[in-house]
Design a protein around this ligand. Structure first.
Ligand SMILES: [Fe+2]
Length: 314
């Protein structure tokens, strides 16, 4: 029984035509479906499930929910019990409630974000197929993102009032769903307040991460590219398309990823993340960043945080 990967993120967008152009023509995702309620379903060329991104029309940007895939259908019963015993209410969703998915679970993380678990989603295959595949498809658009890599969520942290939903999320995801903490930043006079946390279920540095903020929100969804050269080309494509970027190509200390941060037309932040970072097998000791080195953990070259990066989110 295990959670095996990030499945999808459902983002709310203000202008569907503009959002479609951004995710399809600039990020290079492939539209696989569109429903009667105006939701758009997209996948990366290197993904095999029908979608990893749902765009939903809304008057407020942000994240509706994030979903992870479990190994077996029967895992859903076990996880429902485990989550309920932990003290978190779980909704059982009938097959099809998450479009093109089997039955699913829906619950709230301690931070208030909605998470779903599913075991089955329609498989449509990679663009390059499964037999003697080319390394990449000739018809890839824009940046050509391979797959949805991870999401970073903003969680309330108020040590004075003993509120730390980051630590609460880490406890819950570790104890109930088998996520493993890979990196953390510890702050406070005794360096015992977990203020940044990165967790994985695979062997990559993170499948989900949490940073602090005054209210729960969505910081970014990140899409995988394979190399630093791809990052440079992605920045070129964003500049050609006048995409608003808030962090130019650089490297993270945390995860060692190579990165660009930018915004979709609704103000939802995206990232292109390149490279493995490191191999995060289950026996890897947790990496800790100290409070004074957090800016270098985030942006390794400058060692400086820009306030917009921490304060602007949806
Ligand atoms: Fe990220």
């Amino acid at each position: 029984m295990s959670v095996i990967k990030i499945g999808h993120v459902n983002l709310r967008v203000l202008d569907m035509a503009a959002a479609r152009n951004h995710y399809e023509n600039i990020l290079g995702l492939i539209v696989t479906d569109e429903d009667s309620e105006g939701n758009l379903y997209l996948k990366g060329w290197d993904e095999w499930e029908k979608y990893s991104v749902i765009l939903s029309p809304s008057e407020q940007a942000g994240m509706d929910h994030i979903a992870y895939k479990v190994e077996n259908d029967s895992d859903l019963d076990s996880y429902a019990n485990t989550i309920q015993n932990y003290g978190i209410e779980v909704e059982n969703l009938d097959a099809g409630t998450l479009v093109d998915c089997g039955r699913a679970l829906r619950f709230k993380l301690p931070s208030g974000h909605i998470m779903c678990l599913y075991a089955d989603k329609t498989v449509v295959g990679k663009s390059v197929g499964n037999v003697n595949p080319a390394p990449w498809p000739l018809d890839v658009k824009g940046v050509g993102a391979h797959w949805l890599d991870h999401c970073l969520l903003v969680c309330p942290l108020d040590p004075e009032n003993q509120v730390n939903t980051i630590a609460d999320n880490v406890n819950f995801l570790s104890q109930c769903l088998g996520f493993r903490l890979t990196e953390q930043a510890l702050v406070g006079p005794d360096a015992d307040i977990q203020a940044v946390a990165f967790l994985t279920v695979t062997n990559t540095p993170h499948d989900i991460a949490f940073v602090p903020g005054p209210t729960a929100g969505f910081h970014h969804a990140s899409f995988y590219l394979s190399s630093w050269g791809d990052i440079l080309k992605a920045a070129d494509i964003m500049a050609m398309n006048k995409v608003k970027m808030d962090v130019m190509p650089t490297r993270h200390g945390i995860t060692r990823g190579e990165t660009i941060y930018f915004f979709d037309p609704s103000g939802n932040r995206n990232e292109t993340f390149a490279g493995l970072g490191y191999l995060a097998t289950p026996d890897m000791p947790v990496i800790t960043w100290t409070e004074e080195e957090i800016p270098r953990g985030i942006f390794y070259h400058s060692g400086e945080l820009n306030t917009a990066f921490t304060e602007v989110y949806t």
